[in-house]
Design a protein around this ligand. Structure first.
Ligand SMILES: Nc1ncnc2c1ncn2[C@@H]1O[C@H](COP(=O)(O)OP(=O)(O)OP(=O)(O)O)[C@@H](O)[C@H]1O
Ligand SMILES: [Mg+2]
Length: 283
């Protein structure tokens, strides 16, 4: 059963002269880890705004097509109702943080849901620890660096433990190591708690390994949608200019040179290393 389903979704912003997403039909199953990628301006953020009802309830404009999330038709639900099911981490963390302290920001969503005090305390501490910002809990969010603010925005959404987490380039201000730690945490929650994850990201070297579903957008449309190993090794993905993971490219080159490697396309250097070790052993 799909937890997110859009059918021929086309949307134009009030100030727009042409649609920012066009004819987007995608099905996301419960528990999937979906990666959405594509060139700048292709409509990734706009699609995320449809997943939690910001479009059409906050951004008016013209919306055609259907969208159902967690069994609810978005057009019929207010944003606060959708927020119980979908947590969205914005591309720009500044837009998401407004409380006087990190702790208050992370607690905000739970407070709104009327969570009991004790439970709230536990969940806030859990989220602060997971994202590595426990020591910053009394600081004012606007005084923090971009990377620290991103951690706060992620913690705020994790604390709610929604069924679906949508993250729009959530670690763009973090260095690769910091970003990797965050992705590991999200992957862990996806596997252990079955939370459905939709991650917008162009650094596929860092993220492709976690995904079991990838959608590539170009000029407002979804042009490729399916299994990451298959899609990232396709010629079409390379031509669109998405950052194919280096191990995947290397694998393709070696296969072209008729090097005898297994049929499973690697998505990370760890997978590539394991494959080469096997190949060398059998020589
Ligand atoms: N609030 C808005 N009002 C009007 N047009 C917008 C708005 N937000 C985005 N757009 C336009 O919609 C199109 C898609 O933008 P969007 O931000 O969804 O792309 P994106 O894939 O997220 O890009 P990036 O990789 O740079 O984040 C662009 O042409 C952009 O200028
Ligand atoms: Mg964007």
């Amino acid at each position: 059963m799909s937890i997110i389903e859009t059918e021929n979704l086309t949307y134009t912003y009030p100030s727009g002269t042409k649609p920012s997403i066009r004819d987007v039909s995608i099905k996301i199953d419960k528990g999937e880890f979906v990666l959405i990628t594509g060139p700048s301006g292709c409509g990734k953020t706009t699609l995320c705004r449809c997943f939690n009802g910001l479009i059409p309830h906050f951004y008016q404009g013209e919306l055609e097509g259907e969208i159902t999330v967690a069994g609810l038709r978005i057009s019929e639900q207010p944003i606060y109702e959708m927020a119980k099911h979908v947590g969205l981490v914005f591309q720009n963390p500044e837009n998401q943080l407004f409380a006087l302290s990190v702790e208050k920001d992370v607690a905000f969503g739970l407070e709104n849901l009327g969570a009991p005090r004790e439970e709230m305390r536990k969940r806030v501490d859990w989220a602060l620890n997971l994202t590595g910002i426990y020591d910053l809990r009394e600081r004012a969010p606007h005084e923090l660096s971009g990377g620290q603010q991103q951690r706060v925005a992620i913690a705020s959404v994790l604390a709610m433990q929604p069924e679906i987490i949508v993250l729009d380039e959530p670690t763009s201000f973090l260095d690769p190591l910091g970003a990797k730690r965050i992705f590991e945490v999200i992957y862990d929650l996806n596997r252990k708690l079955g939370i459905t994850v939709v991650l917008v990201e162009h650094r596929l070297d860092l993220t492709a390994r976690y995904a079991n579903h990838i959608a590539i957008m170009d000029d407002g449309k979804i042009v490729l949608d399916g299994e990451p190993r298959e899609i990232l090794s396709s010629e079409q993905a390379r031509l669109i200019g998405v950052g194919i993971p280096k191990p995947t490219r290397l694998y393709q080159i070696l296969r072209k040179d008729r090097v005898n490697l297994s049929n499973t396309v690697p998505l990370s250097s760890d997978e590539m290393a394991a494959m080469l070790r096997e190949a060398l052993k059998s020589q």
